[in-house]
Ligand binder design. Structure first.
Ligand code: NAD
Length: 252
C-alpha cells in the first residue's frame, strides 16, 4: 500500500531535536524524502543515520534560518538535490523567559529574527518553488503564547508567534490559486529541551493534572501528528487555519 507521503519531499527547520525531530521522524516514516536542517550539525547527522537505518530517505543540511542571505541558496541546493520541495515546516525557534520590563532591543531583535522574520523569508523563497510546481504544503509552528500572550514566556516570543499565525494566513491567501496550503500549529506546554528553561515545568501551580484538561504535558509526537495531517493530502481543503495542540489548556 502507498504511504501517505510517498514521493513527497519535505524540509523541517530546527529538526535536530525536540518537536522538529519528532516531525521529521513522522514525515519520514510516512514515506517523505526528508531534509533535516538545523544549526547543530551533530544532531541532524545522528537523526539522518537513524532514519536511513530505518529504511527512510534522509539528508541533513546545516541551515541557520536567521542567516537571511543564505536562504535562497539553501533552498536551491535542496531543490537541486531532490528536484522539488512539497512540504516545508517552519519549526526552528528559540524562547526566553525574561520579565517584560527587562527585554532589551538586542533580545527583541534576535527573537523576531529567529522566530518570525525567518518564517517569512523561508516561506517566501519556497513559495516560488511551490508556485512553479502548482503544489505545496507550508506548516508553521507557532505557539499557544502567540494566541494569548505569555505568562512565563517573554512578550517578544508571544509577539513573534502571533506574527507566525498571521503569516500562515497571508501565505494561504496568496497560495490558494497555486494549490499551496499554509497552516499554523500552536503547541501548548510540550516536553522538550526548550521547556527545561520555562517555569511551568517545575512550578506546582502548573501541575498538568490540575491545569490541563487532558491531564498531562504534550509530547513532541503529539505536535508531529498534527503536522503530518497538515502536510498530507488529508488536509487538502484546509488553509489559513490554526490548529491548537495543547491538551485543552487554552480554548479559543
Ligand atoms: N516546547 C514547547 O513547549 C513549545 C511550545 C510552543 C511552541 N513551541 C515551538 O516549537 C518549536 C520547536 O521547539 P522545541 O520545544 O522543540 O525547541 P528545542 O529548543 O528543543 O529545539 C529547537 C531546535 O531548533 C534549532 N534552532 C534554534 N535556532 C535555530 C536557527 N537559527 N536555525 C536553525 N535551527 C535553529 C535548535 O538547534 C534545536 O534543534 C519552536 O518554534 C518553539 O517556539 C514549543
Amino acid at each position: 500500500m502507498n504511504k501517505l507521503l510517498a514521493e513527497k519531499v519535505a524540509v523541517v527547520t530546527g529538526s535536530g531535536r525536540g518537536i522538529g525531530a519528532a516531525i521529521a521522524r513522522q514525515l519520514a516514516h510516512h514515506g517523505a524524502k526528508i531534509v533535516l536542517t538545523d544549526i547543530d550539525d551533530k544532531s541532524i547527522k545522528s537523526l539522518e543515520s537513524e532514519l536511513i537505518q530505518a529504511g527512510c530517505q534522509a539528508k541533513s543540511m546545516v541551515f541557520n534560518v536567521a542567516d537571511f542571505a543564505q536562504i535562497r541558496e539553501k533552498i536551491d541546493s535542496i531543490r537541486n538535490l531532490f528536484g522539488r520541495i512539497d512540504i516545508w515546516v517552519n519549526n526552528a525557534g528559540i524562547t526566553e523567559s525574561a520579565p517584560i520590563e527587562s527585554i532589551t532591543e538586542t533580545q527583541w531583535d534576535r527573537m523576531q529574527d529567529i522566530d518570525l522574520k525567518s518564517v517569512f523569508f523561508c516561506s517566501q523563497a519556497v513559495f516560488a518553488v511551490m508556485k512553479e510546481q502548482q503544489y505545496g504544503r507550508l506548516v508553521h509552528i507557532s505557539s499557544m503564547a502567540g494566541e494569548r500572550g505569555g505568562r512565563g514566556s517573554s512578550a517578544s516570543y508571544s509577539a513573534a508567534k502571533a506574527g507566525v499565525i498571521n503569516l500562515a494566513k497571508s501565505f494561504a491567501l496568496n497560495g490558494g490559486q497555486y494549490n499551496i496550503t499554509s497552516n499554523a500549529v500552536c503547541p501548548g506546554r510540550t516536553l522538550t529541551e526548550m521547556a527545561k528553561g520555562l517555569s511551568w515545568l517545575t512550578d506546582p501551580k502548573d501541575d498538568p493534572k490540575l491545569t490541563i484538561p487532558l491531564g498531562r504535558f504534550g509530547t513532541p509526537e503529539d505536535i508531529a501528528n498534527a503536522v503530518l495531517f497538515l502536510a498530507s493530502d488529508l488536509s487538502s481543503y484546509i488553509t489559513g487555519a490554526t490548529i491548537d495542540v495543547n491538551g485543552g489548556l487554552y480554548m479559543r
